[in-house]
Design a binder for this molecule. Structure first.
Ligand code: SAM
Length: 230
């Protein structure tokens, strides 16, 4: 008898972009292009250096979430050169604060250049170093904790952040669908263990009785978990 079972296939993650690219293009066409010109410069740099910023669709989503939660105090784990911070800084308004943490100190100078040009630098407290250590230096509750560090650290960041989010506040993390790797059994990973770490992270969040969660599949998947108020 012929064995009809196929050998396991290695999934090319490029075929698993969560939202069909044509649909993402359509959504892009709807997004206002009236933001500060510095944003296009930040996007061009990401394109040139293949640097993983969240991009405009997720940026608009982050700003909308932050405004909806009336966020005034945001902590970012993994800020790059300030692209996602741009959206949070816009949302928190005058008197609001976004604490950024970034392992690569070379990104701090770029962030200052861009966010100063956008008139947002006075709302940003940008610190170079490991996000975990910088977060430990802070006190009090945050309206939003946003996680975009190396994916192997996702469960650790969730564990650190969850108790420091005010009731009604949000935990947000990017890349939680990881080009669909979380949904298949055979895949090539960027670094060993990252997919498993993201899956553990997502499982922990959806099973936490203190949070309500959902995933927006835009770009690479953004998880949003709201701390319950009672
Ligand atoms: C995906 S990029 C962040 C992009 C940024 N959130 C944006 O959309 O503009 C991840 C960044 O996190 C930094 N990073 C990774 N692990 C980190 C950690 N444990 N602490 C601080 N920064 C970290 C990397 O150097 C990199 O710049």
């Amino acid at each position: 008898m012929t064995n009809t079972l196929k050998p396991p296939t290695v999934i090319n993650p490029d075929v698993l972009i969560p939202v069909n690219p044509a649909i993402e293009s359509y959504m892009h066409s709807l997004v206002r292009q009236t933001d500060h010109p510095v944003l296009a410069e930040m996007e061009a740099l990401a394109e040139k250096n293949n640097f993983p910023i969240v991009g405009r669709l997720v940026g608009v989503f982050l700003e909308t979430l932050a405004k909806t939660a009336n966020a005034k105090r945001v902590f970012e784990f993994g800020s790059g050169y300030g692209y996602s911070a741009y959206w949070f800084a816009k949302a928190v308004g005058d008197g609001g604060q976004v604490i950024c943490s970034e392992a690569d100190f070379l990104n701090q100078e770029k962030a200052e250049q861009y966010l100063r040009a956008a008139g947002l630098w006075d709302r940003v407290d940008f610190r170079a170093g490991m996000a975990q250590a910088i977060f430990a230096e802070t006190e009090g509750l945050f309206d939003i904790c946003y996680n975009d560090v190396d994916k192997g650290d996702y469960p650790e960041i969730w564990a650190l952040a969850k108790g420091r989010i005010r009731p009604g506040g949000l935990y947000i993390a990017d890349n939680v669908l990881w080009r669909g790797r979380v949904a298949v059994t055979h895949f090539t990973d960027v670094f060993q263990g990252w997919t498993e770490a993201i899956m553990e992270h997502n499982h922990l969040i959806f099973n936490d009785p203190d949070f309500d969660a959902f995933i927006n599949p835009t770009r690479d998947g953004v998880i949003v978990a709201r701390r319950k108020t009672a």
